[in-house]
Design a protein around this ligand. Structure first.
Ligand SMILES: Cc1ncc(COP(=O)(O)O)c(C=O)c1O
Length: 498
């Protein structure tokens, strides 16, 4: 195997360890000069003074430098390639941040009178209608605070519909064996029983779907929750047939829309038979949050489900003004405080508006192209169980690799992941949806140069496994800290002030 030259990030080992801010304290320094006192000085009574809180003192620049050094040690979507499969960690355009921080949005109080927040309500109304169009469904509720919350809310809506139609016995929900964990959790929280449907090479096994429905009994079935493209990064080509099978049982098709980045602007879920779905606006429409952070999970539903959506719903009156409708007789009620995750939806509005229909189509086309490009350039070294372009099997916006041949040489998946850190790449999602896999999602915002760099890194690591295996086994070698005990770090964290 040829050795590949990859530029390694500058070794951070050379940098002095960053002391705690308390250790950097300099006596009698201050970052602020208060103006001279222009009121009579009144002493604070002794008993109220306490013994002091021992805060460190600094000049402004010292504080800035301290926290800049620390932030510099982070991996971030702003600074690194971040192909965290299923999280859609794409570039977050700064104009969205600017919009969300405008005082007219950021300083609103959620209890203000409606006539003082017309601009905000208009933005929500427009977001709602844009998402309805993108989904190809009748009505959207912006209330859910994240994808998982959207699943939960939509299942409550479906449950309310069945209760209202004398079919409360429909308590079983089907989920694919590759389903995201939140699907199962949402079902359980809604009191539904989950039955698993097999997938074969990332596609729903139709015969098994029929078999499970017949075992469960069509009259007991509430919904099939499907993620499309699936978590194996493949579009389920039988989606219309699946919808027909589910509908024949009188049940609903629920789309986990977390992967809308692969089809936004090209396919409308309502057109292939979706009855209800959620968006992860914090993936598809910027505000990436993999690993935490604010999200928003609006749901879209068909006309028959719309009366059960949560309140309040943002509406436009005949005179063109906007208001919150709290009076929907059949609504499941509120699912969160106030109205929605407003700041995230400002970013969503800005993103969709900036892209427009052609731009959104471009988003999904480029996301899919980028993933296929990477897969094609790596498939000879990193085996890809679901990727076989010679036989027409392309991936959607992400791909799964199970690098068995490399693992058999004596490294673990985590070794490869840690070595990626040495080359400035955030490791992809691991061991999901199948064991020993990486799930790589490059997104549409990466340049060809960034994609090529990733290919070089992955090929370089493969060559190191053959020629210099200890480098990979002991990685990371260039990061600020050596390999952490991740379980201990999560379960017994030792927290210090920085
Ligand atoms: C396929 C899928 N469904 C649901 C979710 C849950 O979304 P959230 O993290 O916003 O709750 C995720 C999140 O990664 C996901 O990838």
């Amino acid at each position: 195997m040829n050795t590949i030259e990859v530029v390694q990030i500058a070794s951070r080992r050379d940098r002095p360890t960053e002391p705690l801010i308390f250790e950097k304290h300099v006596d009698r320094t201050t970052g602020v000069d208060f103006p001279p006192l222009d009121v009579p000085e009144i002493g604070v009574p002794e008993e109220l003074l306490g013994s002091g809180i021992d805060l460190p003192s600094f000049g402004q620049h010292d504080v800035m430098a301290h926290y800049t050094h620390l932030s510099d040690r982070n991996f971030s979507v702003d600074g690194n390639f971040y192909p965290l499969g299923s999280c859609t960690m794409k570039h977050n355009p700064r104009i969205n941040e600017w919009g969300a921080s405008l005082p007219g949005f950021a300083c609103l109080h959620p209890l203000q009178d409606e006539d003082t927040i017309q601009g905000a309500l208009r933005l929500l109304y427009e977001t709602r209608t844009m998402l309805e169009e993108i989904a190809g469904l009748h009505e959207v509720s912006l209330q859910p605070a994240a994808g998982a919350h959207g699943e939960f809310t939509a299942l409550k809506v479906i449950k309310a519909y069945y209760a209202d139609h004398g079919q409360s016995g429909r308590t079983v929900v089907l989920a694919a064996d590759t389903a995201h964990g939140t699907n199962l959790a949402s079902c359980t929280m809604c009191g539904a029983t989950v039955e698993t449907v097999r997938t074969e090479h990332g596609q729903t096994d139709l015969e098994h779907l029929k078999e499970v429905i017949s075992n469960v009994g069509a009259d007991n079935l509430a919904a099939f929750m499907i993620t499309n493209p699936s978590t194996a990064g493949l579009f389920d080509v039988n989606i219309k047939e699946i919808a027909d099978i589910v509908h024949e049982s009188g049940a609903m098709l629920y789309l986990d829309g977390a992967n809308m980045n692969a089809m936004v602007g090209r396919i409308r879920p309502g057109d292939f038979g979706t009855d209800a779905m959620h968006f992860n606006t914090h993936k598809t429409f910027s505000t990436p949050h993999g690993g935490g952070g604010p999200g928003s999970g609006p749901i879209a539903v068909t006309e028959v489900l719309a009366p059960y959506l949560p309140v309040p719903q943002v509406m436009m009156a005949n005179n063109g003004s906007f208001y919150l409708d709290r009076d929907r007789e059949k609504s499941i009620g509120k699912v969160r405080s106030f109205i929605c995750q407003f700041g995230v939806l400002v970013r969503c509005w800005a993103y969709i508006s900036a892209c427009g229909p052609n731009g959104l189509r471009n988003v999904s086309e480029t996301a899919v192209l980028n993933a296929n490009y990477l897969a094609a350039r790596l498939a000879d070294l990193y085996s890809m169980p679901y990727f076989d372009p010679q036989n027409g099997k392309f991936c959607a916006h992400e791909f799964v690799t199970v690098p068995r041949e490399l693992l058999d040489k004596g490294v673990t998946l985590i070794d490869i992941a840690k070595r990626m850190i040495d080359y400035g790449v955030h490791p992809p999602t691991m061991h999901w949806p199948v064991h020993d896999c990486f799930m790589v999602e490059p997104t549409e915002t990466e340049s060809k140069a960034a994609l090529d760099h990733f290919v070089d890194v992955m090929r370089k690591i493969a060559s190191e496994i053959s020629l210099d295996i200890e480098k990979v086994q002991n990685a990371p070698l260039e990061s600020d800290i050596a390999r952490a005990d991740e379980v201990a770090a999560a379960r017994k964290p030792i927290l210090t002030f920085t």
